[in-house]
Design a protein around this ligand. Structure first.
Ligand SMILES: CSCCC(=O)C(=O)COP(=O)(O)O
Ligand SMILES: [Mg+2]
Length: 232
């Protein structure tokens, strides 16, 4: 088979939702107020804090901005500013070895196989690109960053918007029919398909105890594990 490109989501697809919700988010919640107080004047941090303040009626203190961000963590908001800040917060935790990122063993094995067969692998996640690189650089299976050639986050556009996938196709320099998008979220797959990509729903039993079977809820190809997915 001609080598193709695989574009994969992270949370719920290569990796468990529980790890993100039970390890990463509580860690970010715990360290955020102190981090904002200590690093809030650094331009890379200030840029995002100012964006949050402006979008919330011009919040006038960093303590108020922190409160908004803590609320967004609890709501699992996929806001670009929050995601960028979370990447900065997690950096020290990964470096200190406080946690390693979860990646399902079936995903690791299949990604390695596809890579060895010449398929091109890229990531598209709501997590910021630096957060994605930390995640795969400090995974339970070791440093998986060399598997991936390109990384995309919501700076290219929202994951439920077809235009984001059109932008990504331009960066991959491939026709849509050569690209397969893997995700656990039906609305993301709908948007990718609108842009012409092939789509596969990852419907992992540990994350989604009630199977999202076809017809009534979606009409994407559905698998529960990466090793059910053959590209050949
Ligand atoms: C890779 S950063 C940690 C996960 C995260 O914060 C996130 O929002 C992941 O969302 P996804 O688009 O990968 O489902
Ligand atoms: Mg996901």
């Amino acid at each position: 088979m001609k080598p193709c490109a695989i574009l994969t989501d992270i949370e719920g697809t290569t990796s468990s939702i529980a790890f993100v919700k039970e390890v990463l988010f509580p860690y970010a919640r715990r360290v955020l107020p102190q981090y904002v107080a200590s690093h809030g004047r650094e331009p890379e941090v200030r840029r995002w804090l100012d964006q949050v303040a402006a979008e919330n009626g011009g919040l006038c203190s960093d303590a108020m901005i922190s409160e908004v961000l803590l609320g967004w963590i609890d709501e699992d908001r996929k806001h670009t500013a929050l995601k960028a800040l979370q990447g900065l917060l997690w950096e020290e935790g990964y470096r200190r070895g406080d946690f390693k990122a979860h990646v399902y063993p079936d995903a690791v094995a299949r990604l390695q196989l596809w890579k060895s067969r010449g398929h091109d692998l890229s990531v598209y996640s709501s997590g910021s690109v630096p957060a994605q690189k930390l995640f795969f650089g400090h995974s339970e299976a070791g440093d998986l960053r060399p598997l991936f050639s390109q990384w995309f986050d919501t700076e290219i556009g929202g994951k439920r918007e077809a235009d984001s996938y059109r932008q990504i196709l331009g960066r991959l320099e491939r026709p849509a029919e050569e690209v397969v998008f893997l995700s656990d979220v039906v609305e993301e797959l709908d948007a990718a398909r609108d842009a012409g990509l092939a789509t596969v729903l990852l419907d992992r039993r540990s994350d989604y105890p009630t199977p999202r079977l076809g017809e009534a809820t979606h009409d994407h190809r559905r698998v529960e594990r990466f090793d059910e997915l053959s590209l050949d």
